[in-house]
Design a protein around this ligand. Structure first.
Ligand code: SAM
Ligand code: SF4
Length: 494
């Protein structure tokens, strides 16, 4: 083989090797997210607009919490704070916390110990615990964690300026009042971890479902739907600012049901989805989370009707066994869940991405029942799943009524089995994409290589492609050429 021939052979090889390197790096992150998705904190950005004091917020848990931190930042900005990404430079530190699993709370306690060292050097530093852990432990948190000055529940953020004033006087301050009305509808969130292209919009708060394992109804209160006109306004403003994708957030978006205070106007989730889709055809719309008991055909038909509503549904099953689903108080059984999957497939076809949450080792779960979770996964072949071992939460119906009797090693083994199966299914799904051309919104450069862009397909799968002449916020058609279980790789076709 001549030297010239060698170059021609090795160039595609090198390109492929580089692609793989990018993919493997991202896969590493994605594998971690299987177990840790809800445990990775988000940190406020550095912003200096000349305000007198600096706030550092570290947020844990679900997207709702991250979205709440943006409301908190808006309130704090109005009372004289800039945000900082370095807690050592902060006058006030907030931890916006999650209580969903025990290890989430343990992480917060470890963080507080770390901040204690800073507080010893800087006694004027104010440390506040916000969100679900604040709501769950209330004043107990002040007794257990001496470093904490403020404890603020998720419905009390408007009171922050008063609480800070109390702390400035050297007092401890607590507000964990849960509201039946607060939706923060009039507050414009300050985008904290934004790429400038995608944003989250909270459309409701709280949860009325009483899944027996879950603390959310106790930490975030009763379900309330936000005024749809304020939601549409927020989406329109985001579009004008250059954002091209919004994700509508709620614990159970399908039960969104707004009623006007005067008159008899009502808006359900299908109607809201349509209103947001109509903001602009170039504004992509996603939503999360759907509850299998509430998702309707009307929602599925609305998704189908608008190209800019993404074909992706997060439909947590939690278990594939009807007895366990009954103990979990999910209010549906295996057959109901399968019938919902079938409706999605009938109305939206195989092309709709379906993702789930699963809990392994719930109280009294047998090997056969765990097997039914695996067989449900085989039936659906999810694009992606968040998978957890059951973690007993004090005060929940499950903690009161059932014994957490599955050995930790058994829980972990079952978790590893569902993770392995999910990886297999994600790979199958991604391999089916090879050869297809997908419309992708360019979200920015890939984490590990600035000559590659990353974006997502309508199904919500990450795709990496050489940057070419395109810009963040552009829509491009990408031919899928290669994949791993977590990532697609392709090239732009024009
Ligand atoms: N509202 C969503 C729903 O109904 O699916 C989920 C909200 S929760 C913040 C996210 C996920 O955490 C749940 O779907 C469930 O899989 C998991 N989770 C909740 N409580 C848990 C617990 N006690 N132990 C383990 N996982 C839990
Ligand atoms: Fe928790 Fe169930 Fe409400 Fe989801 S629907 S937040 S799992 S109680």
């Amino acid at each position: 083989m001549s030297y010239i021939q060698l170059i021609f052979v090795s160039l595609p090889f090198l390109k492929h090797k580089k692609m793989k390197q990018v993919i493997e790096d991202i896969d590493f992150v994605s594998k971690e997210t299987y177990k840790e998705a809800c445990d990775l904190p988000k940190i406020s950005k550095e912003e200096n607009t000349g305000k007198s004091r600096r706030l550092y917020i570290e947020s844990y848990g679900c997207q709702m919490n991250f979205s709440d931190s943006e409301i908190v930042m808006s309130i704090m900005q109005a009372s004289g704070f800039d945000s900082t990404a370095n807690y050592k430079n902060a006058d006030v530190i907030f931890l916006n916390t999650c209580s969903i699993r025990e290890n989430a709370e343990q992480k917060i306690r470890n963080k507080l110990a770390q901040f204690n060292i800073i507080k010893k050097e800087k006694p004027t530093l104010i440390v506040g615990v916000l969100g679900c852990m604040a709501e769950r432990l209330k004043t107990q948190l002040l007794e257990e964690e001496k470093i904490v000055d403020l404890v603020i529940g998720p419905d009390a953020y408007r009171d922050l300026p008063n609480l800070i004033a109390e702390a400035d006087e050297g007092n401890k301050a607590v507000n964990v009042f849960l509201s039946r009305e607060e939706t923060y509808a009039d507050i414009s969130p300050v985008r904290l971890n934004s790429n400038g292209i995608t944003a989250f919009i909270s459309i409701m708060r709280g949860c009325n479902n009483m899944c027996s394992f879950c603390v959310v109804p106790y930490t975030r209160g009763r379900e309330r739907s936000r005024d749809p006109y304020s939601i549409v306004k927020e989406a329109s403003n985001l579009f004008s600012e250059g954002y091209r994708e919004v994700t509508l957030l709620g614990q159970n978006v399908d039960s969104y049901n707004w009623k006007a205070k005067e008159g008899n106007e009502t808006v359900n989730f299908a109607e809201l989805l349509e209103k947001v889709a109509l903001v602009h055809p170039d504004l992509r719309v996603r939503f999360s989370t759907s509850h299998p008991k509430d998702i309707t055909d009307a929602v599925l038909h609305t998704i189908k009707k608008y190209d800019n509503i993404c074909k992706a549904i997060h439909l947590p099953a939690q278990s594939g066994n009807s007895r366990i689903l009954g103990l979990m108080n999910r209010t549906y059984n295996r057959e109901w869940y399968i019938q919902k999957i079938d409706r999605i497939r009938t109305i939206l076809g195989e092309d709709c991405g379906i993702t789930t949450d699963m809990i392994t080792g719930f109280c009294s779960e047998t090997e056969e029942e765990h097997g039914e979770t695996l067989s449900l996964m085989e039936y659906v072949q999810y694009h992606f799943a968040y998978m957890f071992t059951y973690s007993e939460r004090p005060g929940t119906p499950a903690a009161k009524q059932f014994k957490d009797d599955i050995d930790e090693t058994v829980k972990k083994r079952r978790l590893n089995e569902i993770i392995a199966l999910q990886s297999k299914h994600s790979l199958i799904r991604n391999k089916k994409e090879i050869g297809k051309v997908r419309r992708v919104l360019v979200e920015g450069v890939s984490k590990r290589s600035d000559t590659f862009y990353k974006g997502r397909t309508t199904q919500n799968t990450t795709i990496i492609f050489p940057e070419g002449k395109f810009k963040k916020g552009n829509y491009v058609d990408v031919l899928v050429e290669d994949c791993t279980a977590a990532t697609l790789f392709g090239k732009v076709v024009e």
